[in-house]
Write a protein that binds this ligand. Structure first.
Ligand SMILES: Nc1nc2c(ncn2[C@@H]2O[C@H](COP(=O)(O)OP(=O)(O)O)[C@@H](O)[C@H]2O)c(=O)[nH]1
Ligand SMILES: Nc1ncnc2c1ncn2[C@@H]1O[C@H](COP(=O)(O)OP(=O)(O)O)[C@@H](O)[C@H]1O
Length: 192
């Protein structure tokens, strides 16, 4: 069986990664499995442990780092986020194409370790629109929104680190573009 692809989806907080993902992740042709990350961030209303994230303490997260249990990890606006390595390997060995939704520092680590990873960066139509979206979502207090927006400006400077850049103006169109990218890579892999 062919090993599954590794797909990285990044982009500033509030750009619409989660929204777009919902439009394409259930498409069976993509044969996707979402990699659930570990984080020390507190759950938002409606988030489920083990589905949206594995919510953890800083102590447990640091233990996972020390034990080499993470493919990559980063600190983002005061919290740790990381990708459990075992699960990614298990899913890829089963032939699943694994989707990581991670920030820029983590994406760079993954690309160093797995140069074949397909990296996609989602940009907003403008920084004003990004601000409207992150505020409109109302999931963070003002202080954290400010920190995330400052972070976003720096993240936008890293677009050249990615293989593909997709603008999220219309989320369905962005999802279609991402589907096309993944399907083409699946096809290339099959013809290897
Ligand atoms: N490096 C890394 N970043 C992650 C991981 N999981 C999530 N992130 C990123 O961490 C940032 C903050 O995530 P979150 O607090 O859920 O906010 P949201 O993306 O704005 O909904 C986002 O850029 C996520 O893509 C991970 O496992 N590793
Ligand atoms: N193309 C779009 N146009 C307008 N609003 C959008 C669009 N995509 C996402 N949103 C909204 O922006 C907010 C942030 O989207 P979300 O998917 O949570 O972002 P992320 O996962 O990147 O942090 C949500 O309220 C979402 O409904």
């Amino acid at each position: 069986m062919q090993r599954g692809l590794l797909i990285i989806l990044s982009g500033p907080s509030g750009v619409g990664k989660g929204t777009i993902r919902k439009y394409f992740e259930t498409d069976e042709r993509l044969n996707l499995a979402y990699s659930t990350s570990m984080t020390t961030r507190k759950p938002r209303a409606g988030e489920v442990d083990g589905r949206d994230y594995f919510f953890s303490t800083r102590e447990d997260f640091e233990k996972a780092i020390q034990e080499g249990g993470l493919l990559e990890w980063a600190e983002f606006v005061g919290n740790y986020y990381g990708t459990p390595l075992k699960e990614v390997n298990r899913l890829r060995d089963e032939g699943k194409n694994v989707l990581l939704e991670i920030e820029v520092q983590g994406a760079i680590q993954v690309q160093e370790k797995c140069p074949d990873a397909i990296s996609i960066f989602i940009i907003p139509p403008s920084m004003e629109e990004l601000e409207r979206r992150i505020r409109g979502r109302s999931t963070e207090p003002e202080e954290i929104i400010q920190q995330r927006l400052a972070k976003a400006s720096n993240e936008m400077k890293m677009v050249s680190q990615y293989k593909y850049i997709v603008c999220n103006d219309d989320p369905k169109l962005a999802a279609e573009l991402i589907k096309t990218i993944i399907l083409r890579h699946v096809e290339l892999e099959e013809n290897k």
